[in-house]
Design a protein around this ligand. Structure first.
Ligand code: NDP
Length: 282
């Protein structure tokens, strides 16, 4: 079998067109969705993610601003800035770009953001609501993956979904969102024994490990839907996923490429969360 490609870029483009319409309606009502991103330090990958977010916001008509704090900014300074933004009625969404320098407690920072402005969906209140399957800001990467699965009409009910990776931003919420859609979910991680036995049972296999070409065709069941979250830079500077695309595509029914798979959807869902935050004011 040769898998069909899940074109994240195209699916994201379509959603962004719809969002443009929503934003222009909000603007007519006097509401311009506004996202403030705080970037601490000069990490090149973080800078590039932030500029991607700014570009997407501009494209959709969302107003955005980046507050750049120096790498040795103190935790207190960052918390004071967040408090200021929490109280600014013109700011609908607040995102602190992670990772933060090691002298700053990431959990403290996430908890300081007003849950109603937490467009990353990382605040414990929003995580709790997600677990309870209540309406809330969902974390952008796993939410984007659910939208990709919907776009290919993948019926998750009763399917066995295997998630490799259990980070707070991808793996854990991914499994929860799949469970909320009635999939049977298995989580795998670095201590999992016999990983291959588990991944080979997956109808839907989501890989978020951060190791280039970690999953080859021998880990995949014939006809599985394979979602590759990984973004790894090779020595020649090119980007590649956690899945060995060329071999797995011969076995899977659907597969996401890297780049142009999950990545464009992550940013798109951030924009949707920002619009959602602004719509609370209606
Ligand atoms: P983390 O490093 O936080 O988590 C990696 C996970 O992989 C951990 O749960 C770890 O297990 C697990 N793992 C590591 N080695 C193995 C192994 N040998 N077998 C099974 N599991 C293993 O990464 P993230 O979740 O933040 O990101 C994962 C990847 O996705 C990265 O490449 C990242 O760049 C990419 N990414 C892409 C995004 C996009 O929009 N496209 C967004 C976010 C991330 P344990 O918990 O036991 O340590």
């Amino acid at each position: 079998m040769s898998a069909k490609l899940i074109n994240g870029l195209e699916i994201a483009k379509k959603r962004r067109e719809e969002m443009k319409q929503k934003v222009s309606e909000l603007k007519k009502e006097g509401i311009t969705p506004h996202l403030t991103v705080i970037l601490v330090g000069d990490d090149p990958a973080s800078k590039s993610y932030v500029s991607g977010k700014e570009k997407a916001a501009k494209e959709i008509g969302i107003s955005s601003e980046v507050i750049h704090m120096v790498a040795d900014a103190t935790e207190a300074e960052l918390l004071a800035k967040i408090s200021e933004l929490n109280h600014d009625a013109d700011v609908h969404g607040i995102l602190v770009q992670l990772p933060l320098p090691s002298h700053i407690d990431e959990n403290k920072v996430i908890e300081a953001i007003d849950p109603n402005k937490d467009v990353d969906g990382f605040h414990p209140i929003n995580v709790g609501k997600m677990i309870l399957n209540q309406d809330t800001f969902l974390p952008c990467t796993p939410h984007g993956i659910i939208k990709l699965l919907e776009a290919i009409d993948c019926d998750l009910e009763g399917k066995h979904a295997v998630v490799v990776g259990r980070s707070n931003i991808v793996g854990k919420p991914m499994g929860q969102l799949l469970l909320n859609r009635n999939a049977t979910v298995t989580y795998c991680h670095s201590r999992t024994k016999n990983l291959k036995d588990l991944t080979k049972m997956a109808d839907v296999l989501i890989v978020a490990v951060g190791k280039a070409h970690f999953i080859d065709a021998s880990y995949v069941k014939e006809g599985a839907v394979v979602i590759d979250v990984g973004v790894n830079r090779l020595e020649d500077g090119s980007l590649t996923g956690d899945v060995h695309f060329d071999s797995v595509k011969e076995k899977a029914s659907f597969i996401t490429p890297v780049p142009k798979g999950v990545g464009p959807m992550t940013i798109t869902m951030l924009m949707e969360n920002t619009i959602k935050a602004a719509m609370r004011l209606r």
